[in-house]
Design a protein. Structure first.
Length: 1090
């Protein structure tokens, strides 16, 4: 093994050489290119012809001569509309007007010139070809007209990525972070072609705009500040990296030679909205989005500015949900309703059936009764209640300012700054209806310098900085309006300086609540440089991208206990809760982590014009894994049989940075991540409007920084204890006295004292055994590698129609998965642990795999004659052995000895997805009189139509019958032999009450994990239309007043969540709430543009 200093030297040397020799994220900067071949009328190539492109909005001009084979290339062009001209002595000047270049577009413009005088001009108004003949990357562009005119819920352009083929909203899947856990409310994420969360990279004006904590898209400027964006959806070239699935490149607007701008306001009111299918009243939403934009010249053709502001004020009653709480009868000890529903209620002490399901209230937990006082009351026999929504207030203020300076034809500079501030005050109705106070600011700044060294050599430099500050405090209060804490109810202590709250209390699938304090401070510096060289048949791009990231987390997570009930004592979680019999109890010293990390990408890419109708692109990208380094070495490493020298009192089997052979990061870095890319684009001579393309590439998948959260929660930094009622040494955990049966601490809580945040404990720190190993990385951990390939045929019909059919596939290895390294084995006495000096040992391994196969079909019409549309259909199958790659929220693998047991449909397996968007300018009726023309002419219709399969559903038994202490995957139900499985049968009312044949499943046998697969069938499909109707009034030649009316889920088609999937639940098989598409919401808007 090479010495670490040698590795550092190699990395530094590579960076220096790469920067010096031309080696960029700057290639992801939303720029475009034009290339083509100049020929005469006989087809002969014309060398040394002068080709010029002029941006009609800014006057920016770039020129180049064709080479010896008549080819030319104009790279790194700002997006916009161009006129392209060709001049050659002895030939007429050819001028192509109205060519629109979009973000990261590789436009092909082949030009034929006619014999004549150079002073004669032939002008053709025609856009660039729609087919791609330059590379094999699959993608789609969403242009300014679509961004401005399509109905966007929330006016967030980043959501438009879901209009492209192969894309799924990852936050609405079982493999994504739920929206309530994002670190900024408007964050987005897309699963690209079966990829995990983080498979899509988002770039804003050449600067990465990601929240790397969860690998989600950070906030983006609103629609009126966005020029356009392009989605590169598969097998992008080597200049793109840091994500395996897709790159979304968003470009903000710039100033032009004409002063332009707008002022707008969008209004919503709950009286116009439809009622939630499961709610008695409609939402009381009130939202105002208002703002203005202004852009123009400071010095004509030289200096331009653009600025934008949008404010959002939202007041709404958050939609309630269905929960099951102790009913009035249950509070009197009567659980007969569950007995009548087929549940056997057991005596908590004897384990025998309670007569008529009766448990005397004198045996109830005082703490449980106190909590129940602040829950909603219900007389429903099963405790069913529709949880009333609470009034939620959210304010956003976002600012965008951009400047462009054209120093000369060879030097241009641009800079942009973007802020988004968010404020949410605390709101509380009851314990199930409350919201935290939350203050957050996201900022992203970037600068770009492009230097045309010569007509065939360009350099592009990008520098960027982004930062997130986020702080939130619990809003939980009791029925009297006072803050409620566990320390008021049970024998626990609150950590110092921590707001009073309940961290988390989960009562099976019946109800749950919890909030905690969070303080996050993260920042990223980015520097990129690239050089583009045109030489003969080659267009060569080389570059380097460097990201330096800092992360600081302070939270009382785990310093307050997490308590759950599962029905394992009395047969139902509600009765377990009332008698105070806890299934699991977890508490630690708080979560404090600080780390820094560096990401590097070095690449070279060569686009070779093999023949006039054949282009090959070949490149390689190197992305070494430089593992993030936690401060004070706050990360344990599980190493069976090894004794720590840094902390000699630690149990055998855990070591730390500072111990021999343990890197500072606690996880090994890797330097062998070389990713080759190869693509072919062929225009058959017998079908000149057709492009046939194929590509293969390797990609490295990133890791989210939330994976380092819990590494700081283990001894000696922040000792965490995980108590399980299934542990034979404990046997029983009582809510009021949770530590009473825990022998390692003498039956008493070990807190206080609480650890000093961020401290480095002394080497003689004592350890309590058995130790709870909260999280660490496997010593053989590697980043995931993805192999991706595609084959596509696309054809342009006429000037404005495109049809594409593509086969897209990928295979991934070394995907991250959570694993339990200390499972127990079932026996008559209970579970026996492999390593008795530990309780749970949760580890991040890289053992999972995935496979994705799809057919993707596109029909597109470019805007002409007042109409445009894009239609995409994806038919796919996504398989994996784990869909979640972090321990920050949950693990992933049920059986640590058999990964194949987890293999099956992934959480991103949505077999059918169809999406269409359109903008239609209705006839202007110019022949009518002015009054009639003004009333019935000038209307516009726009919309988004999406249909897709339902989310995958698996069946769970209800509680851990395997009794093995497996922590990361959960048990699965067993099949009932001879019972057929039917799904979504009968009328809507039938399948809402029983979506699948519940009689086909039963709890898993003791000591087993269950024989059903991880996912078995799909939930209800979705079908929604978002429509916009607008009327444009021309006040003057350059002034337009637009009235808009937008309807989201216009036909109010109900969307349903997946059914209750827990066998022991009385609601097993029922659908109790709406799904990902809310009921119809309408809004009106006025926009004045000039």
């Amino acid at each position: 093994m090479s010495h670490p200093s040698v590795r550092v030297f190699v990395v530094v040397l590579t960076l220096v050489v790469s920067l010096a020799l031309a080696p960029s994220l700057s290639a992801q900067g939303g720029r475009a290119s034009i290339s083509g071949v100049v020929t005469d009328s006989s087809g002969a190539v014309i060398p040394e012809a002068a080709v010029s492109a002029v941006n009609t909005n800014t006057g920016f001009t770039v020129s180049v001569n064709t080479n010896g084979i008549g080819a030319y290339a104009l790279p790194l062009l700002p997006v916009g509309t161009y006129d392209v001209s060709v001049k050659k002595e002895g030939f007429k000047t050819e001028l192509r007007s109205g060519i629109t270049l979009t973000a990261d577009q590789a436009a092909t413009i082949n030009i034929t010139i006619a014999v004549g005088s150079v002073n004669e001009q032939v002008r053709v108004i025609a856009d660039a070809e729609m087919i791609n003949t330059q590379n094999a990357a699959l993608g789609q562009v969403i242009q300014e007209r679509s961004i401005a005119e399509l109905p966007l819920n929330g006016r967030n352009p980043a959501s438009l990525v879901l209009l492209t083929p192969g894309m799924i909203d990852v936050l609405q899947t079982g493999g994504g972070v739920h929206q309530g856990y994002t670190t900024f409310p408007t964050e987005e994420g897309a699963s690209a072609n079966g990829g995990r969360q983080g498979s899509t990279l988002y770039v804003l004006d050449g600067a990465i705009n990601m929240d790397n904590y969860h690998l989600l898209a950070a906030p983006f400027p609103n629609a009126d500040a966005t020029q356009e964006f392009r989605v590169l959806g598969n097998n992008f070239e080597a200049q793109y990296g840091f994500a395996p699935g897709a790159v979304v490149s968003i470009v903000t607007k710039s100033g032009t030679n004409t002063l332009h701008g707008n002022a707008f306001e969008f209004l919503r009111n709950g009286v116009l909205n439809a009622r939630d299918f499961f709610q008695p009243v409609r939402d009381e939403l009130k939202r105002n989005q208002f703002g203005a934009s202004l852009g123009g010249p400071i010095k004509r053709d030289k200096i331009f500015f653009f600025s934008n502001y949008q404010g959002t004020r939202e007041r709404r009653r958050v939609g309630g949900s269905t929960a099951f709480v102790p009913s009035d009868a249950m509070l009197q000890g009567d659980f007969s309703a569950y007995v009548n529903a087929g549940v056997t209620i057991l005596d908590p002490d004897t384990g025998k059936a309670a007569p008529n399901g009766y448990i005397s209230p004198t045996r109830f937990s005082p703490a449980a009764l106190k909590i129940a006082e602040s829950l909603p009351r219900t007389t429903d026999p099963l405790g069913k209640t529709t949880v009333s929504g609470f009034s939620n207030m959210q304010d956003y203020n976002e600012f965008t300012v951009k400047g462009d300076v054209y120093l000369s034809a060879n030097h241009r500079i641009s800079g942009r700054t973007f802020f988004n501030d968010f404020t949410q005050p605390e709101q509380t109705l009851n314990l199930l209806n409350s919201d935290r106070s939350w203050l957050a600011r996201w900022q992203n700044h970037s600068g770009n310098y492009t230097w045309t060294v010569s007509p065939t050599l360009l350099n592009n430099f990008v520098i960027s900085y982004s930062r997130l500050n986020s702080n939130s405090i619990s809003g939980l209060r009791d029925k009297g309006g006072n803050r409620i804490c566990y320390s008021q109810l049970i024998e626990v202590a609150d950590p110092p300086n921590s707001p009073c709250t309940i961290e988390a209390l989960w009562v099976g699938g019946s109800f749950g609540f919890g909030q905690n304090f969070n303080g996050l401070n993260r920042s990223t510096w980015g520097v990129s440089d690239s050089i583009t060289k045109t030489k003969g048949r080659h267009l060569i791009v080389g570059g380097v991208d460097v990201l330096r990231q800092y992360w600081d987390l302070a939270t009382d997570w785990l310093a307050l206990p997490i308590i759950s009930f599962d029905g394992g004592v009395t047969g139902h979680e509600l009765s377990d809760f009332l008698v105070g019999r806890v299934a699991s109890y977890t508490q630690g010293g708080g979560e404090y982590q600080r780390l820094h990390a560096t990401q590097i990408g070095v690449y070279v890419q060569d686009q070779i014009r093999v023949a006039q109708n054949l282009t090959m692109s070949a490149g390689v990208r190197w992305e070494p894994f430089l593992a993030p380094v936690p401060s004070s070495g706050r990360i344990p490493v599980f190493s069976p049989g090894e004794q720590s020298t840094r902390y000699p009192n630690a149990p055998v089997g855990v070591v730390y940075p500072g111990d021999p052979g343990v890197p500072d990061a606690g996880v090994p870095s890797g330097y062998d991540y070389f990713n080759p890319r190869l693509g072919l684009a062929w225009r058959p001579g017998f079908m000149k409007n057709t492009s046939i393309r194929a590509a293969f590439g390797m990609f490295t998948a990133p890791i989210d920084y939330s994976s380092w959260n819990h590494t700081a929660d283990s001894s000696p930094f922040s000792t965490t204890y995980d108590l399980s009622a299934y542990d034979p040494s404990i046997k029983s955990i009582k809510l009021d006295h949770p530590w009473a049966n825990y022998k390692p601490t003498g039956g008493k809580s070990p807190f206080p004292p609480f650890p000093d945040p961020g401290s480095s404990p002394p080497s003689d720190t004592p350890f309590t055994l058995p130790m709870y190993f909260q999280a660490g990385f496997n010593r053989n951990f590697r980043l995931a590698r993805e192999l991706s390939w595609n084959f596509s045929i696309e054809r342009q019909f006429g000037e404005n129609w495109l049809v594409r059919a593509a086969y897209v596939a990928s295979e991934a290895y070394h995907l991250i998965n959570g694993i339990e390294r200390n499972p127990g084995f079932f026996s008559a006495e209970g579970a026996r642990l492999l390593y008795p000096q530990f309780t749970s040992v949760l580890e991040m391994a890289s053992w999972a795999t995935s496979n994705y196969q799809s057919g993707q079909f596109t029909v597109e019409k470019r805007f002409s004659k007042g109409f445009q549309f894009q239609s995409n259909y994806t038919y796919s199958k996504s398989l994996d052995s784990a869909s979640i790659g972090t321990l920050a929220f949950t693990g992933s693998v049920a059986d640590p000895f058999n990964m194949r047991n987890n293999r099956g449909w992934s959480a991103f397996n949505f077999p059918h997805v169809f999406v269409n968007n359109f903008v239609w300018e209705l006839p202007k009726l110019n022949r009518l009189n002015p009054f009639a023309r003004g009333v019935i002419g000038g209307w516009q219709l726009s919309g988004i139509w999406r249909m897709q399969s339902g989310a995958p559903v698996g069946i769970r038994p209800g509680y851990g019958n395997n009794r093995s202490l497996f922590q990361t995957g959960g048990d699965r139900a067993d099949y009932v032999p001879g019972e057929a499985i039917s799904v979504q049968q009968g009328s809507k009312n039938d399948w809402l009450h029983e979506f699948f044949s519940t009689s086909a499943f039963q709890p898993n046998a003791p000591g087993t994990l269950g024989n059903t697969p991880r996912y078995l069938f799909h939930g209800p499909r979705t079908n929604s239309w978002d429509l916009g109707i607008s009327k444009n009034l021309m006040a003057r030649d350059r002034h337009k007043l637009q009235f808009r009316w937008e309807m989201f889920n216009a036909f109010n088609t109900p969307s349903f969540s997946t059914p209750v999937n827990t066998v022991t639940s009385a609601q097993f098989g029922e659908i109790l709430s709406t799904g990902t598409v809310p009921p119809r919401v309408m809004q009106g808007a006025l926009k004045l543009s000039f």
